[in-house]
Structures are given as C-alpha cells and as structure tokens.
Design a protein around this ligand. Sequence first.
Ligand SMILES: [Zn+2]
Ligand SMILES: [Zn+2]
Length: 233
Amino acid sequence: MIMDLHSHTKYSNCGIDEPEDLILARIEQGIDLLGVTDHNHGILCRDEQYQEEIRATAKKYADKIKVLCGIEICTQPDYRLPEGKKLSNYDYCLIENLFDPTSHMRGDLLSYVKKLDCNAGIAHTDLFSFMKSQGLDEYEYLKNLSENNVFWELNVSFDKIHGYREHAYVKEFFENAKQQDLVKRAGLMVSVGFDGHRRYDYDINRVMGANLFLKENGFKTPIQYLIDNKKRT
Ligand SMILES: [Zn+2]
Ligand SMILES: [Zn+2]
C-alpha cells in the first residue's frame, strides 16, 4: 500500500486545489492511502466544513483510494492553535516546528500531543539532530514516541511553494544504518509525505521510492494504525 500522508488543498492559504481534484490526481498517480493535512492557520475555525468536504469526497472515491482527514499544526507564536483547542475529530495531526526555539511546545512534543487528544506525526523534522541538540538518549526518546503512537515523517517534498528542496535528514536516514537500526529497535512508525501544494507539482517516484524503502527494510508504518483509528468513514 503506497501512502502519502501529507498534502494540502485550498483550505491552506498556500494551497489552491479543490479536495476532489487533489484526490482524483492522487488516484491517477497511484496513491493508495492519502492524508489531507491542511494548515491549522488556513482552516482556522472551518474545521467542520473542512472535515465534511474531505470525508464526503473520500466516500465518493472509497473504492479507489483511502483518504484520511488530518491537519498540520504550526506551533510558532503567530500561527498557533487557540489555547485548549482539541483535535479529537481529526484522524491525525502533523506537528511542525519541534526544533524552533519560538515554538510553544518548547521541545516537549509528547506533553503537547497529549493535550490535543489526537493521533500525531512529526512533520519534516530532523529528529536525530533534534535529539542530539537536546542531549537526549536516542533509543529512549524514540521508544517513548513509539509507545505513544507518535510517528515520524520522511518528507520527500520538492515543494515549490515553501522552497524547492530535498530534506537532508531524509537523505541521511536512507543511508545511515545506525539511525535505521535505532528506529527499528524502538518500533517507531515511519510515514511518507510529499507535502504537495499543487496537485500537478508532484513526483510520484520520490513517494514510491520512500514507501518501497520502508517496506523492503521492514520498518513499521502508521498505515494500519491510522486506518484502524479513523474517526469516521
Ligand atoms: Zn503550506
Ligand atoms: Zn505541509
């Protein structure tokens, strides 16, 4: 099953696609499990409208693709969620800015996630550099994430909207046997996300390659976990 658990639609200020157009494009491109994860600062208080549109469209194409309704959470001061907001109706969230000193998580991801009441993944983050900078025991930290069902994203974006780039941490992970061994031993779930902002600005080969890498090397992915914990169909 080929996953892409990170994508944007018109509900993000930086996105433009109608959810239906995005879903149709991903069916065409060969994705089996798609996560729509618009930015919290684009959705704002339209949570219900957003979820209804994503879920209704998902239902329409349920025989061709599985679609999850997620949200990407910025934790920087200007874009943060309103205090006390829960995300219980989302299938999962992707958390940004773990590394950012201005993030109101202050590096404490798990406490933050617990308050949100939602399954969570870590978006486009160099987790190994983060752990090193905090002096954390890598195995213990990854195991703790794993025990709390927090997954880690390999972001394979070639994103023209937020900077055309290849993430160095992903490249490193593909080549670093020690990192791979730690992640595997800790049982950490690893996801693949393209972080697409335009449905045609997509490189399916990068998505397929990362999916294949995880499968061939026996990594745990959040695919089954997220499907089993879907909020609604
Ligand atoms: Zn964006
Ligand atoms: Zn994103």
